[in-house]
Design a protein around this ligand. Structure first.
Ligand code: FBP
Length: 569
């Protein structure tokens, strides 16, 4: 069925400026896509019947609570909320709500299901309500570009990957003028609530917006949803971010394939850089799923204060030992953010950030004089392509765009140089050919796994409940995820409780503390206990494509299971 559109702000959904619709048409879908649209999702049993909301104890912050309290005077200390079964519904059903939703930041499989969940909640429990989708990310809020989301409109996107239902963007609402624009939109649409589906930066922004609206006595409440394939937005109450499960399973399939390729030809070392920005969760999870010969975990490199030379030497040691066994092939996994974890490179990046924030970078390279001698030495040592990539414009949140830094190519060059040296010394007799890969965008818009499809729907449905109950400044939280969906818990966690302060663009700003790979955590420990064996022997696993029914279709990823204390299958 072709969707019926109600579009405002000048550009149609799916996005052309001339008003032509590029929205999805379910009639041209593949059989798998079609079967997924009509797939009925299981929901936590607490959502099926009557419930009430119970508040927990007052919350604090992840760090620097005094600073966070000053930055969020209206929200700091809010308790977590939990849905519990009740004899009758505790929320009014005769109220009509006007809710807005926005997708913010990078795509993550399942985003469309969050929107479906909010929509279905309003349809089921607050009939006559309206859901607006802000188009193109936070800029859609500021420019008041929105589409009214109807049942027909949402239908082709159910259980489908991508963010194209309303599209996303990386803009930030941060200046007083931008907050004013957001206020005007909230007033114009008479919004009761707004759901911000985003990562750590976007949820920080959601909290700032919630604080701002409350300080102005606006009725618009704001709820966040944990999105990012990177898996670094999590805490006890939010065990994982959506999209991580699907993205890792897609990359693991591809890694399994290159492993088989390596084994078949016996002549290549595949260097695979994996997305994940700062944190190495994706790399660690993919290693647990596939058993590569070499895996670098950025957080370990940082903790051990390793240099680029140390990392190269580790790789070369394994390659030399494998050559002695007659293996001149292998698979190496590298996290996207590795470069940012090496203390000497981190120092260089911090200095470059300050330079880029305060000075015009001149062609005469006078700016280089502002680098310390150690950083200048390192900068000059890096290949020119990497130098250029390090100087690229920061994203709107002040981060280096690690997706654009080709660390895998740099490491191949460094490994080659070291192997040549060892060959001359007579300590290496093998052959080395590196093949570089970057798996990132390939995993961000896949059809969501059963896990992500169910998780996102529950997150969206829960966000609807939180807004209906008048909550603001919370992040939708679904827990007990190792159990069957029926037993999942649903509630909200104070966004301020996830926050700390950090230096960005040369100033202190509130940020949601990124959850990095814990070296004392169960997933890393499991990996560390087996990596030596994987290095020398070939214990490759090829997980194959994501399944939606039958064997493995409901398998929860290793990271989540190990973190929850359950055994990975
Ligand atoms: P979010 O943090 O916004 O979810 O982004 C995830 C991510 O896929 C990172 O892994 C990657 O570094 C980045 O987006 C790439 O950004 P872009 O889509 O702007 O190239």
């Amino acid at each position: 069925m072709a969707p019926s559109f109600v579009i405002n702000g000048g550009i149609s959904a799916g996005g052309t400026a001339n008003g032509a619709s590029t929205g999805r048409v379910a009639s041209v879908y593949s059989e798998v896509q079609t079967s997924r649209i009509d797939h009925t999702l299981p929901v936590p049993s607490v959502l099926k019947n009557s419930f009430k909301i119970v508040d927990g104890p007052a919350s604090s912050a992840a760090g620097n609570p005094e600073e966070i309290a000053k930055l969020f005077p209206h929200l700091f200390g809010q308790p977590p909320a939990m849905l519990v079964p009740n004899e009758s519904d505790s929320l009014p059903s005769d109220q009509k709500l006007k809710i807005g939703v926005v997708l913010s930041g990078g795509q993550a499989p399942g985003g469309h299901n969050v929107i479906s969940g909010i929509f279905d909640y309003l349809q089921d429990r607050v009939k006559g309500s309206t859901l607006y989708g802000f188009r193109g990310g936070p800029a859609g809020i500021m420019k008041c570009k929105y589409v009214e989301l109807t049942a027909d409109y949402i239908y082709p996107y159910r259980n489908q990957g991508g963010f194209d239902m309303i599209c996303s963007g990386r803009d930030k609402i941060e200046t007083p003028e931008q907050f004013k624009q957001a206020e005007e939109t909230a007033k114009k649409l008479d919004l009761d609530g707004l759901v911000v589906i985003g990562g750590d930066d976007s949820n920080t922004n959601a909290c700032l917006l919630a604080e701002n609206f409350r300080s102005k006595n606006l009725k618009t409440r704001v709820i966040g949803c944990p999105k990012t394939i990177d898996g670094d937005l999590k805490c006890k109450e939010v065990p994982t971010s959506f999209g991580f499960d699907t993205a890792c399973k897609i990359y693991a399939e591809m890694i399994g394939n290159v492993m088989t390729d390596a084994r078949s030809t016996g002549k290549y070392y595949h260097f695979v850089r994996l997305m994940g920005r700062a944190a190495s969760h994706i790399t660690l999870e993919c290693a647990l799923q596939t058993h590569p010969n070499i895996t670098i975990i950025g957080e370990e490199v940082y903790a051990k204060k390793q240099t680029l030379k140390n990392v190269t030497d580790y790789m070369v040691d394994v390659i030399c030992k494998r050559a002695e066994f007659g293996y001149n092939y292998g698979v190496v996994l590298i996290p996207e953010g590795l470069i940012d974890f090496i203390p000497e490179v981190q120092q260089l990046i911090a200095e470059l950030n300050e330079i880029l924030a305060h000075y015009v970078v001149d062609e005469g390279a006078l700016w280089k004089k502002k680098l310390t001698s150690q950083s200048l030495q390192l900068f000059e040592f890096l290949p020119q392509t990497i130098q250029e990539q390090l100087m690229l414009e920061r994203d709107p949140h002040g981060n280096v765009q690690v997706a654009k830094i080709e660390t895998e190519k740099m490491l191949i060059q460094m490994v080659e140089t070291e192997l040549e040296k060892r060959k001359k010394e007579g300590t290496y007799k093998g052959e080395f050919k590196g093949q570089s890969h970057f798996f990132g965008y390939e995993g961000r818009c896949g059809l969501p796994t059963n896990f992500d499809a169910n998780y996102c729907y529950a997150l969206g449905y829960g966000a609807g409940v939180l807004l209906h109950s008048g909550k603001t400044g919370l992040i939708s939280s679904v827990g007990n995820l190792a159990a069957p969906v029926a037993d999942w818990t649903v509630g909200g966690t104070a966004l301020t409780s996830l926050m700390d302060v950090e230096r960005r663009h040369g100033k202190f700003k509130p940020v949601i503390k990124k959850a990095m790979v814990e070296l004392e955590g169960a997933p890393f420990k499991k990996f560390a206990s087996v990596r030596e064996e994987w290095g020398l022997k070939n214990r490759y696993i090829s997980p194959g494509p994501i399944q939606f029914s039958g064997a493995g279709s409901n398998a929860v990823n290793h990271t989540l299971l190990l973190e929850l204390g359950a055994q990975a299958a």
